[in-house]
Design a protein around this ligand. Structure first.
Ligand code: GLY
Length: 583
């Protein structure tokens, strides 16, 4: 009898622990469940690399808080994901202080250099220009080469957030990154693929080639990537704080590099770099509070705007990825992205109608334009021009500490390996964030996003972003979810769908993160869906309604934490790498 009960309990446990896996898309199916989902009662960290999660967890175990862990993760992830992010880039961070119940917002996005100007990437015929370097023509000057680089903000931002909220010294939180840069780490599949994909550009710049293509060939899986120059740069930062990067020897080398490629960033750009703080975007969805990133990101506004529209529908009743729900969610996304193209830009330069975009009344108005049976064409919703999209770069991490403080941060150098330029002697991969500006109204960027005058280029202006570090609080105002994603415009829709899956479909976190996604960004006029993510009949029904469907391999890669009772559950999306660690 005892044995039978035991046996049944074991069988039960087996099914409970396996059920959600069966609904997962087959990304990295070979990975053990414990490698992408974990629980902890004190602290939790979900990042896109095991070494970054470990660096953060070590800080928590040393008595540090979420801000200490965030600084350690930021520096470490810069070392181990040079294709996605780094100290040559920028990002956004939300810091939730449990004691004061307030959320601080840090904007350390790149800024357009003083020498930047409105039409700098357009020739006399109005066509996008290439970058000419040492006689080589490198395609697309806003994406590849020195002209694509915005003034980096990551070091300033991470140090500022850490000095305001952290408990440990800068020396402590930066050391793991210095050690890993100096001693090296094993190249993993995505990194090897990224080097291979970008090799034509990396090859043109000696310092980039030396690090990522030593002996003239791209590093392969299992090779060790050593970044001694980057270790030196991080040492300078450890010794001199922010000045160690923006002034002195490192700054000199960055300026010398920029001089080799048309002198876009100069000494005064680095000295003048300023971190900005903003009030977060705050919205509500079915009694939950959603806190997210305000402009210069479009993420927070449009996540809340879409949620406001969807609040008027019974999304749970419609079911996940059914014809009805996919249609309604798509139509809501399309309207939000049309507004993005028209209204969003750096609030210091352009008046963003934030209050109006976030209002429930406006959402009611937009909802009333949605026909439940038929698609509105993107022309009816707005106007623009289509193009290519999706990037494997950018990274997000989520952290909670034992006091209940939390960090949600998305960081990037933009496209794969940013500009492809490493500032010689520093190991710093320089971003290509200038491409996130609207080069010319109606001309799409590398993500196919179009913009208007609101996001045009100007000296010292911040380029528009989709990065959406977010926090969700339950009906009792307790932190429920820390969430965000990389993936260009799919950042917004991947973060949104994780929230919908949690609140509407009541999925456990691993399912909420892994459930198949859809994406529509107004232009191109395509409803993207993850391969196998929609039933065949649903695809046919949506086509009949007028949707133009395109399958994609995977969209976004969420790193999330959820509170379940007194525990934290951490999940890393298996669409890409990631590893949650808790204790
Ligand atoms: N670089 C991608 C973004 O900020 O949206």
């Amino acid at each position: 009898m005892k044995f039978t009960r035991c046996f049944l309990m074991l069988v039960g446990l087996f099914f409970v622990s396996c059920t959600s896996i069966e609904t997962f898309p087959p990304y990295q199916k070979h990975r053990k469940r414990t490698e992408f989902i974990t629980t902890g009662s004190k602290g939790m960290i979900s990042t896109s690399h095991r070494l970054a999660s470990k660096a953060g967890l070590d800080m928590l175990k040393m008595g540090g808080n979420a801000a200490d862990a965030a600084a350690a993760v930021s520096f470490m992830i810069s070392v181990v994901r040079p294709q996605s992010t780094g100290i040559g880039g920028g990002g956004f961070m939300l810091y939730f202080d449990k004691g004061t119940k307030s959320t601080s917002v840090y904007d350390f996005r790149e800024r357009a250099p003083f020498k930047a100007s409105r039409d700098m990437y357009i020739d006399k015929q109005g066509k996008p220009i290439d970058f000419i370097y040492k006689g080589h023509r490198i395609p697309n000057a806003s994406v590849n080469g020195h002209l694509a680089v915005g003034t980096p903000g990551l070091v300033a931002g991470v140090i500022e957030a850490h000095s305001k909220h952290g408990k440990l010294s800068l020396a402590k939180v930066i050391q793991p990154a210095i050690d890993t840069a100096r001693n090296g780490f094993k190249v993993y599949i995505r990194l090897a693929e990224a080097i291979k994909r970008k090799q034509q550009v990396l090859n043109k710049f000696e310092a980039s080639k030396k690090i990522f293509m030593p002996n003239g060939r791209p590093l392969k899986v299992g090779d060790t990537l050593v970044q001694k120059d980057l270790a030196w740069t991080l040492e300078q930062t450890k010794k001199h704080g922010r000045d160690g990067f923006y002034k002195g020897k490192v700054a000199k080398k960055i300026v010398a590099e920029m001089k080799r490629g048309k002198r876009l960033i100069r000494k005064n750009d680095l000295i003048a770099y300023n971190v900005k703080t903003h009030k977060p975007v705050v919205g509500t969805y079915r009694g939950h509070k959603v806190i997210s990133m305000p402009p210069p990101s479009s993420g927070g506004i449009h996540i809340v705007q879409i949620l406001n529209i969807l609040e008027g529908y019974d999304i749970k009743g419609m079911g996940h990825n059914t014809t009805k729900s996919a249609h309604i969610i798509t139509e809501a996304m399309r309207r939000a992205f049309a507004d993005r193209a028209k209204y969003l830009g750096d609030p210091a330069f352009t008046k963003v109608p934030q209050k109006g975009l976030l209002s429930k009344q406006y959402a009611n108005k937009l909802r009333s334009t949605i026909n439940p049976k038929k698609v509105a064409s993107s022309k009816e919703v707005g106007a623009g021009t289509p193009a290519a999209y999706e990037s494997p770069s950018t990274t997000h991490f989520s952290i909670v500490d034992k006091w209940g403080n939390a960090v949600s941060s998305t960081q990037t150098i933009n496209y794969t390996f940013g500009s492809g330029v490493v500032a010689a002697g520093t190991g710093v991969v320089l971003n290509d964030e200038m491409d996130d500006f609207s080069k010319k109204p109606g001309v799409p960027n590398v993500f196919g996003l179009v913009g208007s005058e609101a996001n045009s280029i100007a000296a010292r202006k911040t380029m528009l972003s989709s990065m959406s570090p977010s926090l969700v609080f339950d009906k009792n105002n307790q932190l429920l979810l820390v969430v965000g994603s990389p993936g260009g415009p799919t950042i917004i829709t991947a973060t949104l769908q994780t929230i919908l899956n949690t609140i509407d479909h009541r999925m456990p976190l691993a399912d909420a993160v892994h459930a198949y996604r859809i994406h529509h960004q107004w232009l191109p006029d395509q409803l993207f869906y993850e391969q196998n993510g929609l039933e065949y009949n649903t695809i046919l029904d949506l086509q009949k309604m007028g949707h133009k469907l395109t399958p994609k391999d995977a969209m976004g890669s969420v790193q999330a934490i959820r509170r379940v009772g007194k525990k934290w559950v951490g999940v890393s999306d298996t669409r890409r790498e990631g590893y949650p660690l808790g204790y």
